[in-house]
Design a protein. Structure first.
Length: 294
């Protein structure tokens, strides 16, 4: 393998980070600085000097406009996340976060997990709206993390995709991993992590289809990647090949993707609870434009 691809797999680093390490002379093969395109050969001595770890990202208690608490008790808090809000702080993100918004509202969450991700048991993309649960108690954190890992949580999304998937109802079973050339994207690649998406058509419009999507696995950008691979990207998702002209006509400046409902066994007593989020204004407006096409 090339040095950049091999180190990326060995150490779990992005190729951008590996490239920076090689340029800084921090990757040695048999004692000599290696270039990112050099080959890793069996029997060679590989030395890598890693940079100092990033300092923990501080959670800033800042109110989040438009974020609604759908449910709260001693164990969990369920929110309706608006667009433009990250689940938790991260390097390079200076915008609002769910965790920061909850802190500003006086909601204390579980202390389990990394400092900036305490209480977070699953995430939604910044550009994806809808239902998200955060653990408040340590017990709830443990139970919910296990539930997401064991796939006993029911996550349903609504997605508006370009064109008309054929068949109109089906399952996409295709492995996902980092894009081989673009670090900020993911892709269907051989040898990626198993990824399964079930879908059915709610309504077919002239230029697009509204789908009900159930995730069996929870990979980063899974819905966006799978439908892009089928050549039916989410409307407005320019990162994954959506038509900019259609996005402009529908007033979409982000992917049309909404976490519609979330169901799970309550950590306290095991009863099944389910929460639903209505479409935000921009998604509803796009549907109205499509309905007027008829």
């Amino acid at each position: 393998m090339r040095v950049d691809a091999g180190l990326s797999k060995l150490l779990g680093l992005s190729r951008t980070v590996v490239a920076a390490l090689t340029e800084a002379g921090d990757v040695l093969l048999d004692g000599k600085p290696a270039g990112k395109s050099d080959r890793l050969l069996a029997g060679a001595w590989l030395e890598v000097t890693l940079p100092e770890p990033d300092r923990p990202v501080e959670v800033l208690a800042i109110p989040v406009e438009g974020m609604v608490v759908l449910f709260e008790d001693d164990d969990v808090v369920v929110v309706d996340k608006p667009v433009g809000v990250a689940a938790h702080p991260s390097p390079g993100w200076s915008g609002p976060t769910v965790i920061g918004g909850l802190a500003a509202a006086g909601v204390r969450v579980s202390t389990s997990g990394a400092a900036e991700r305490q209480g977070v048991v699953h995430r939604l993309d910044v550009g994806t709206t809808g239902v998200m649960v955060v653990a408040k108690s340590e017990h709830a954190y443990t139970v919910l993390k296990r539930a997401f890992k064991e796939r006993t949580v029911e996550k349903r999304y609504h997605a508006l995709v370009q064109g008309h998937p054929d068949p109109s109802e089906g399952t996409i079973d295709a492995p996902i991993d980092r894009h081989p050339r673009h670090d900020y994207r993911w892709a269907v690649v051989a040898g990626g992590k198993p990824s399964i998406t079930h879908y059915s058509t709610i309504e077919a419009f002239r230029a697009a289809s509204l789908l009900d999507v159930k995730l069996e696995t929870g990979r980063t950008h899974q819905i966006r990647v799978h439908f892009s691979a089928l050549r039916h990207p989410c409307v407005g998702d320019l990162t994954y090949g959506a038509d900019p002209a259609l996005a402009k006509r529908l007033g979409m400046s982000r992917q049309w993707l909404h976490a519609r409902s979330l169901g799970f066994e309550h950590p306290a007593d095991g009863r099944w609870v389910e929460f639903v989020s209505e479409y935000p204004g921009d998604l509803a407006a796009a549907l109205r434009v499509l309905e007027e096409d008829y």
